[in-house]
Every structure is written in structure tokens, then in C-alpha cells.
Design a protein around this ligand. Structure first.
Ligand SMILES: Cc1cc2nc3c(=O)[nH]c(=O)nc-3n(C[C@H](O)[C@H](O)[C@H](O)COP(=O)(O)OP(=O)(O)OC[C@H]3O[C@@H](n4cnc5c(N)ncnc54)[C@H](O)[C@@H]3O)c2cc1C
Length: 416
């Protein structure tokens, strides 16, 4: 019950000020629901372009942090109905009582809630810090980026653990800064192997090596990992930079105690609704939704476009639950992303992970700089595509392939 004279408009809490939270807030405001929206973010920055943190080299400057922050700013709708509570973490949630407990000690009562707290990097040692041999770091936020760019500007030797997107972008960045780069991938034979398969992964590893990266796999990599090597190792004065890019952990701890399925992020239905609560939605890296590209099995994606699409959908579903806007249709998502590995553009669409075979459509994986397109098939039907190129030689052919992939796009999924 609100006290007499209190604002009668519904109050929406958005936890997480990343792109998914911002897009959800924007979608709610666009639906013209007469609600107040409060966005909570434990970072002190407004929403920024997180992928931008590893995409370019910066000149030496005393105000590097400000330069990066300025460069990655993201615009969002400004509205009197929107309040930002930055530097304010949400510590616990009681979904039954519809209240949040904040890091400031306050409580916040809501009518509807969006969960968009993303993920944090996993580390190979406990937390960021120093082991006997290295300074361990991870890269997720602006302050991490400032630190890493500063160290790379100094031309330091860097060791990168992992061979996923962040690891490869960091290796590219470090080479651009002129650093010596060592990549360690103990479980796979090259970059993005679990997504793109061995052939493309091998091609990417060779590409990195050709551009001066030392890339160790298997036991050679394992021996240099700190868990294995540190205890007996002698202390070293060479405290070189060691970056862990070995996956992530969803930020779900504040939701404990509410009986939710938090086994891998927050499970939602095809409308981004967190069952059994009809006023709670989740979006972005944290949301595990029924993936139309994987026959509806629950999937969590850590991609920028996914955060935008699911953020929009969560906002529209929430507005519709408050009786505004047209009812949101269920999730229909065309997954696509791109990254750059030392000047080589890598574009991926669909869901190659679900394939059982691959077909080289054009080009030669051993010469990825000349352009190579790979189709990923399941039972003969295309479920994904990848395009590697140093320019845009095969752009036309890739777009044509995407068109036919889109035509195969699975139907929109609806909640049961
Ligand atoms: C270095 C880097 C490069 C990347 N490059 C690419 C790329 O090239 N292409 C691509 O598609 N994707 C890329 N990604 C992934 C992409 O950035 C993410 O998919 C996207 O940012 C997810 O958005 P989100 O809003 O779900 O989560 P986030 O951006 O993580 O936002 C969540 C926010 O919630 C805050 N938060 C967490 N817990 C709480 C709490 N309890 N209370 C309040 N606030 C909280 C977090 O601090 C954070 O600010 C990259 C990621 C990184 C780190």
C-alpha cells in the first residue's frame, strides 16, 4: 500500500545499468506506460559500449580513463520518468515482498522489476591480484580497461589465458601496442573452437602466430597456468601482466533465496519473464531463454546484440504486463556478431554450435585474409555461417548466405 498522497504511477526497478538495462528502460518509456523507472548500477558510469573497451589503441595521455569513457559513451532516452541510481548496488531482492535492499542501506519497493546484472569474468586465481609470478587481471569494466591499456602502452609482455572473443581481441590490441604476447589455451586447439569447429579455429590460431603471437595449447599451456605452476615456482621480479579471459560468472547472488532457477544465469520464458513472477523480467548476458535456434532449449548468450534484443523484449513485455503497449511477441532472434583478430574480421551468424557438419562455401581456411565463408549444417540444413576476411572481398556472397539462413529462421517461440 502506498501512503496517501504518494505518486500512484507504477514504479519499475531496473537492476543493471548496462545495455540490456538501458534498452529495457527505453522500451518501457517508449510504450508510454505512465510509470517511473529507476535504473540501479553498481558502476559509477552511465551505460557504455562495453565491446568498445578492447577495440582500439589509445595514444599516451594523462587522462586516458576519461578519453576511453568519452569514446564508449552510449546515448539513451532522457526522460523525467527515468532516474539513474549509479554507484548503487542491489544487495538482495525479496520478490514476494517486491523489495530490493540497496548498498546504501535503503530499501526500494517496486511494482515491476527488470534483472539485467550481466556477468563478471572468471579468474584463474582468486580475484584480481598478484600471484608470485604475475599481476593477474580480468577485463570487464571501464576501470579494468584503463589499467590494461596503460600497461599495454608501456609495451609490457602480456600473457593471456583463454582463446575466446575477449582473449583474441586483447591479443590483437596488445600486438597493436607493440607488446610481446603469449596466449595459453589448455583445453582447445585454437580460438573459438567450441563455436566454429576445429578447421576454422586452427586457421585463426595460425593467423595469430603469423602475426607474432606465441600460442600454446595442451600441456605446454597448462604448465604455465598459475594453478599448476605457482606453488613451487620461485618468486619473480618480473611481474608481467597476466590477463585471465576464461569465461564468466552470471551476477545472480543478489537473487538468492527467491526459489529461482539460477543454475546458469536467470531462467526466463520466451517473453523474458521470470516464472512464476508475472512482474519480473530478465535480459542480456544474465538471461537464459528458450532459444528458437536450438529447438527451444535454454541458452544464455553473451553478445551485445543479444543484450539489445532481449532488453527491448523484456521492456515491452513488462509494459504490456502493466497494460500498456501492444502485447510483446515472443523471442525471435537472429544471432549475429563480429569481432576482429589482428586485422581479420570474423563474422558469425545463426548458431554454428548446433551443427553436425561444415561446408566451405568459398575461399580457403588456410588463407583467411583472402576471405573464407563457412556454412554450418545440421542434418544437411544450414544452422549457422561464419565469414573471415581482411577486407570485404566476399561480402556479397556472405550477405546472400545470410539471406537464406534468415529464411530458415525458426519460428518465434511463445510461452507455453
Ligand atoms: C572486453 C569485452 C569485449 C566485448 N566485445 C564484444 C563484441 O565485440 N561483440 C559482442 O557482441 N559482444 C561483446 N562483448 C559482450 C558484450 O559487452 C555483452 O554481451 C553486453 O555488454 C551485455 O550487456 P548486459 O547489459 O547484459 O550486461 P553488462 O554490460 O555486464 O551490464 C550489467 C551491469 O550491471 C551491473 N551490476 C551487476 N550486479 C549488480 C547489482 N547487484 N546491482 C547493481 N548493478 C549490478 C554491472 O556492474 C554492469 O554495469 C564484450 C565484452 C567485453 C567485456
Amino acid at each position: 500500500m502506498r501512503p496517501p498522497g504518494a505518486d500512484e504511477r507504477p514504479l519499475v526497478g531496473v537492476v543493471g545499468s548496462g545495455i540490456a538495462g538501458l534498452r529495457a528502460a527505453n522500451a518501457i518509456l517508449r510504450s508510454e506506460v505512465d510509470a517511473r523507472v529507476v535504473v540501479f548500477g553498481d558502476e559509477i558510469h552511465r551505460t557504455y559500449n562495453r565491446p568498445g573497451l578492447t577495440k582500439k589503441r589509445y595514444p599516451l595521455s594523462d587522462s586516458l580513463g576519461m578519453t576511453i569513457a568519452e569514446d564508449v559513451k552510449v546515448k539513451g532516452a532522457e526522460s523525467d520518468a527515468l532516474t539513474w541510481r549509479l554507484g548503487t548496488g542491489v544487495e538482495t531482492a525479496d520478490l514476494r515482498a517486491r523489495t530490493l535492499r540497496l548498498s546504501t542501506g535503503e530499501t526500494f519497493g517496486y511494482d515491476a522489476l527488470v534483472i539485467a546484472t550481466g556477468v563478471r569474468p572468471r579468474s584463474s586465481v582468486r580475484g584480481d591480484g598478484e600471484c608470485r609470478l604475475h599481476t593477474h587481471r580480468t577485463l570487464r569494466g571501464l576501470s579494468d580497461a584503463r589499467y590494461v591499456h596503460q600497461r599495454l602502452q608501456a609495451g609490457e609482455k602480456v600473457t593471456i589465458v583463454g582463446a575466446g572473443f575477449v582473449a583474441c581481441e586483447l591479443a590483437s590490441l596488445a600486438r597493436e601496442y607493440g607488446c610481446e604476447v603469449l596466449m595459453l589455451e589448455a583445453r582447445r586447439s585454437g580460438p573459438f573452437e567450441s563455436l566454429l569447429g576445429e578447421r576454422v579455429s586452427e586457421a585463426l590460431r595460425r593467423w595469430l602466430v603469423r602475426h607474432g603471437v606465441t600460442f600454446l595449447t595442451g600441456d605446454s599451456a597448462r604448465e604455465l597456468l598459475c594453478e599448476a605452476g605457482e606453488p613451487d615456482a620461485a618468486p619473480s621480479s618480473d611481474r608481467s601482466l597476466f590477463i585471465d579471459a576464461v569465461g564468466s560468472v552470471p551476477n545472480v547472488e543478489w537473487l538468492h533465496g527467491n526459489g529461482l532457477d539460477l543454475s546458469d544465469g536467470v531462467r526466463v520464458d520466451a517473453y523474458m519473464r521470470v516464472s512464476p513472477w508475472d512482474n519480473v523480467f530478465a535480459a542480456g548476458d544474465i538471461a537464459r531463454y528458450p532459444d528458437p535456434w536450438a529447438a527451444g532449449s535454454p541458452t544464455r548468450m553473451e553478445f551485445w546484440k543479444n543484450a539489445i534484443d532481449t532488453g527491448n523484449l523484456a521492456g515491452r513485455s513488462l509494459a504490456s504486463s502493466l497494460g500498456h503497449g501492444s502485447p510483446a511477441s515472443g523471442i525471435s532472434y537472429f544471432p549475429s556478431m563480429s569481432t576482429e583478430v589482428i586485422g581479420l574480421r570474423v563474422q558469425i551468424a545463426g548458431n554454428p554450435r548446433t551443427s553436425d557438419s561444415t561446408k566451405i562455401v568459398c575461399g580457403d581456411p588456410d588463407r583467411p585474409d583472402q576471405g573464407v565463408i563457412v556454412a554450418y549444417l545440421r542434418e544437411g540444413a544450414m544452422v549457422g555461417a561464419a565469414y573471415l576476411d581482411q577486407g570485404a572481398r566476399l561480402n556479397g556472397a556472405y550477405i546472400k548466405l545470410l539471406r537464406s539462413l534468415r529464411e530458415r529462421q525458426p519460428d518465434v517461440l511463445h510461452a507455453p
